[in-house]
Design a protein around this ligand. Structure first.
Ligand code: SER
Length: 390
């Protein structure tokens, strides 16, 4: 199955079971939200999980683009992406956890063809405050899947206060198909978590107390890129069809090692999507995240060849990304933003080299030096460190 078929299989399955698709989710949360970017599928639905009626009803699904910078240093490993998408399903006070788990299992087995022998699930085993999630335990046993109870790993909360509850995670075996699955999800990394089903039943207050919600909900989330990678039998998300044009078009353009290729693919793709959602580079907020993404790409590219330029980026890569994320902006304006940022960064580096070449900056730099370089010459600490690294 290619990515489009995987998404369609998910949406068709839930539409047949009365779910409406919530569309139009961009990376930018509503103006009242203090968070810079949408970080999960459920993020835009938080007010409705809190109890507000949703105009589309009580059974919802979405494919939501998300951005996380917390994992920036892990990008370039096999699975972490800065911009990614989440498939999600919600029951806003409608059906319960058991139904959600049964549908989840059926979709993975019949819709996506994952053999039950390659699945393992985890459930909340209980702690000092809340008893074990026996409903999930019984459901999974009835369905015949092996279950591992845990404590912290199966308690979902986004923040220290607010909505929370026990969750149940479905793992798929990604080891050698010839080897039967071994151990459990918490003891063998070849068990990869694909789908989290949260029973949103409590609210945590400032004083630490837990209050049961009057109207509990179900919130599930499944990372699309990870699902695609697992279903297509790849080891790395960069080998999936999502990155096919990048894999084909980047190496002839820039000959980079594997880690750098992944970083460049991830950050450029993310930058294109962020630009597509209307953000422009700046020194604060969202614009600064975009600036950092583009500048990290340029730093990587220029490390071995300062003549590399984003102006030569194939149009197909820009178009493929904008199409995939259903963004109407043309490739021309996106390229302009990237090339303009490249020019600015080039000028900043030139100035930086000149300033850092002065004798007073020969030795180790003090905090005062860093402040001076930043405030007077616009040179961030990260850049100064890069420029001084031989
Ligand atoms: N809240 C859960 C998650 O973020 C499911 O959407 O994984």
């Amino acid at each position: 199955m290619n990515t489009d078929q995987i998404v369609r299989t998910f949406t068709d399955y839930f539409r047949e079971r009365g779910h409406e698709i919530v569309t139009g989710g961009t990376l930018l949360p509503s103006p009242a939200d203090p968070v810079l970017f949408t970080t999960s599928g459920m993020h835009p639905l938080t007010p409705y999980l809190e109890g507000r009626p949703h105009p589309q009803g009580r059974r919802l699904i979405s494919l939501q683009r998300c951005l996380r910078t917390t994992d920036l240093d892990e990008v370039a490993d096999r699975t972490h992406l800065t911009v990614f998408e989440m498939l999600g399903s919600w029951s806003l006070g409608d059906y319960g956890h058991e139904q959600s788990l049964r549908w989840g299992y059926e979709l993975l087995r019949d819709g996506f063809g994952i053999p039950p022998g390659r699945m393992y699930v985890t459930v909340f085993g209980g702690d000092d405050e809340v008893g074990p999630d026996t409903e999930s335990l019984v459901t999974w046993r009835e369905l015949g899947l092996p279950v591992e109870p845990t404590r912290d790993e199966n308690w979902w909360s986004h923040d220290p206060v607010g909505l929370c509850g026990p969750d149940s995670e479905i793992f798929v075996w990604t080891g050698d198909p010839g080897t039967p699955p071994q151990d459990t999800p918490t003891t063998d990394l070849r068990w990869v978590e694909v789908w989290n089903h949260v029973s949103m039943r409590y609210r945590r207050h400032d004083d630490g107390s837990l209050q049961p919600l009057q109207r509990p909900s179900i919130d599930t989330g499944m990372g699309l890129e990870r699902l695609v990678t697992v279903l297509q039998g790849h080891n790395s998300v960069y080998d999936s069809d999502l990155f096919e044009p990048w894999r084909r078009l980047l190496p002839p353009l820039w000959n980079l090692d594997e880690t750098s290729t992944r970083l460049v693919c991830d950050h450029l793709r993310s930058a294109i999507v962020v630009i597509g959602d209307g953000v422009r580079p700046s020194n604060t907020g969202r614009g600064y995240v975009l600036r950092r993404l583009v500048r990290r790409v340029l730093t990587t590219l220029w490390r071995s060849d300062p003549s590399r330029t984003l102006s030569g980026l194939p149009d197909e890569l820009l178009g493929h990304t904008l199409d995939h994320f259903r963004q109407p902006l043309g490739t021309g304006p996106v390229r302009e933003v990237l090339v303009d940022e490249e020019r600015r960064f080039g000028r900043l580096l030139e100035r930086g080299r000149r300033v850092l070449g002065r004798p007073e900056f020969n030795g180790p730099l003090s905090e005062e030096d860093y402040h001076y370089l930043h405030d007077t010459h616009g040179l961030p600490r990260e850049l100064v460190t890069t420029l001084r690294t031989p």
